[in-house]
Design a protein around this ligand. Sequence first.
Ligand code: COA
Length: 178
Amino acid sequence: MAWTIRTEKPEDAAGIAKVLTDAFSRKDEAELVAAIRNSDAYDPALSLVCVEDGDIVGYVLFSPVVIRTADCDETPALALAPVAVLRAFQKRGIGTALIEEGIHRSHQKGAKIIVVLGEPGYYRRFRFESAKEHEIEPPWDVPEGYFMVLGLETNVLRDVHGVVHYPEPFTQIVDVTE
Ligand SMILES: CC(C)(COP(=O)(O)OP(=O)(O)OC[C@H]1O[C@@H](n2cnc3c(N)ncnc32)[C@H](O)[C@@H]1OP(=O)(O)O)[C@@H](O)C(=O)NCCC(=O)NCCS
């Protein structure tokens, strides 16, 4: 393992954009991250890069969201999005390491719940479960099973239900499932 994971530095922006554009084959996620960086939702401590030989080869971001009931009770949580690894560096454990480190740091900062929108087959390995089973809904129409939740403490999901509200930059992404 020749790579390391660390928090984002200001000079990393171009490298992060390159990773996102390469991994997703489009610019939407790079533009999303740039918009979040300029918003109140940005927490540099939860913006992680993977570096190999001085180059950024992977990236993951966790942003604050709230889970809001119909009665407007709010529970804070984090959303994992996006995560990406340069195509040439995939399937070497970098994505797993970024997500596991991000979950660890999120927990250390006091987070109790993390949501993610993505392939259930990938995120189950990090113990994410179907959010629907916990009556936690995404703000968008998404394919069955693709919206997932991870409780970082025992029983923390038991009494939390509602719709997840994302920071404004996320609402600009049209196709959230790719
Ligand atoms: C998803 C992604 C970050 C994984 O990075 P990675 O460094 O290749 O991941 P790892 O090496 O830790 O894990 C690879 C494993 O994940 C699996 N995997 C990767 N993408 C997957 C997907 N969309 N669905 C299911 N499994 C997936 C691989 O098949 C591999 O499985 P294995 O361990 O059984 O061989 C990377 O494939 C990527 O950048 N994809 C494009 C962007 C993307 O879709 N991001 C996620 C949505 S926000």
